[in-house]
Ligand binder design. Structure first.
Ligand code: PLP
Length: 413
């Protein structure tokens, strides 16, 4: 029934609805369900003691500054540290190319606010990060989708999609969420060339780039783009890519600290929009995170996280081999937090989820990650959050559920 309030909601909220899957997955947060559904980092690796020390130090040495309003661009020493850190990955930009945000999620929202008019088409991978679709939907975006395979975005299908005139492309080159796949160097180069040829800019979302467990680092799109002639303006970046990253997976997601790298003109616009949103990201959190991360701690900590997650990934891959029924395929992520499972086409993972939860194991059905529908026979599994022995047990349970359901559906068919 329409209430006084609901009759007044803005039109753009019409596409926001509560999802039955989300409601179902809420049930898995308590009790003894082994959940591969969330995208949560391992709580055991949060550097709690380091934060405790840093909070104390910051309050003692610069309490009033840390508790005061700050600039919208962000705490300068933190931005300078990010610039130094990124330079090691060959992302050579100036501090004026960097804006601190309340996680990458806020950056996605600000980008939507800056670039999307109602009805604008965006080119996204299929599947893609659900949180980005949620942010962009709020600005009434429409989508042109390009599928991914084991080497990431299918660049052989890109030109046709670009002819549909998308406003921008939203791309996840490293250990894609949800697909777990990585865009190859040759495809990255092709993508950069096509972006330039068709005049379509790229949003490169890279929360997981530092969490590589095997294989060689591949240059980010922003680097390949800055290597185009005329793009690197004496250390100031002025190209076709907006690059996003975050401390959520390397320090802790509860900090809500991410950053945007973009040409200065774009940063100035984003700063104006962010002022209207939250004035600035928490001064206290930025200063504390800077104190924790500086002096080499972040590198040391990332090395530790890589070890923990590599082990969990390997345990999950081995358990999948052991317990999953024939006819099921999955990706082999070289990093990140997720892998992607594809079942026979006639299987519906949304319908199987309640059976899995009954057996006390959970996953996310893949369909929500598809901007143009489909993906009913897919699911995303997270391997960072559960301990190795729980991963083994959870995959054993899920394998049993899938085998039973596949057998039952085969008989009906
Ligand atoms: C691809 C992608 N982008 C953005 C985010 C949001 O991260 P943050 O915690 O920095 O807001 C996530 C979180 O899981 C993600 O997977």
């Amino acid at each position: 029934m329409a209430t006084l309030w609901s009759k007044r909601y803005a039109q753009r909220t019409g596409r926001v609805s509560s999802s039955t899957i989300r409601e179902l997955l809420k049930l898995t947060e308590k009790g003894d369900v082994i959940s591969f559904a969330g995208g949560l980092p391992a709580p055991e690796v949060f550097p709690v003691a380091e934060f405790q020390t840093a909070c104390h130090k910051v309050l003692e040495e610069m309490g009033p500054k840390a508790l005061q309003y700050g600039t919208t661009e962000g705490y300068r020493p933190l931005r300078e540290m990010i610039v130094r850190h990124m330079a090691r990955y060959k992302i050579n930009v100036s501090v004026d190319n960097v804006l601190i945000t309340a996680g990458s999620q806020q950056a996605l929202d600000l980008i939507g606010k800056l670039l999307i008019n109602p009805g604008d088409r965006l080119l996204v991978e299929e599947p893609t990060y659900l949180g980005a679709l949620q942010a962009f939907n709020m600005y009434q975006a429409e989508y042109v989708t390009v599928p991914i395979d084991d080497d990431g975005l299918r660049t052989d299908l890109l030109e046709e999609a670009l002819r549909a005139g998308p406003k921008f492309m939203y791309i996840l080159p490293n250990f894609q969420n949800p697909g777990g796949v990585t865009l190859s160097l040759s495809r990255r180069m092709e993508l950069i060339a096509l972006a330039e040829r068709y005049g379509v800019p790229i949003i490169e979302d890279d929360p997981y780039g530092q969490l590589r467990y095997e294989g060689e680092h591949i240059k980010p799109l922003v680097v390949l783009d800055s290597e185009r002639p005329g793009c690197d303006d004496g250390g100031r970046y002025s190209g076709n890519v907006i690059y996003l990253s975050t401390f959520s997976k390397t320090l802790a997601p509860g900090l809500r600290l991410g950053w945007v790298v973009a040409p200065e003109e774009v940063i100035s616009k984003l700063v104006q929009l962010k002022q209207g949103t939250d004035l600035h990201t928490s001064t206290f959190t930025q200063i504390v995170a800077y104190e924790v991360a500086r002096g080499g701690f972040l590198d040391k900590h990332v090395r530790k996280i890589r070890q923990v997650y590599r082990e969990r990934r390997d345990v999950m891959l081995a358990a999948l081999e052991r317990y999953f029924p024939p006819g099921v395929r999955w990706t082999h992520p070289q990093g990140g937090l997720f892998l992607w499972v594809t079942l026979p086409e006639w299987v519906n993972t949304t319908q199987i989820l309640p059976h899995a939860i009954e057996e006390k194991v959970a996953y996310v059905p893949g369909t929500d990650f598809f901007a143009s529908g489909g993906g009913y026979n897919t699911m995303r599994l997270n391997f960072s959050n559960a301990r190795p022995e729980m991963i083994e047990e959870g995959i054993r349970r899920l394998g049993r559920v899938l085998a039973t359901q596949l057998e039952a559906e085969k008989q009906v068919a």
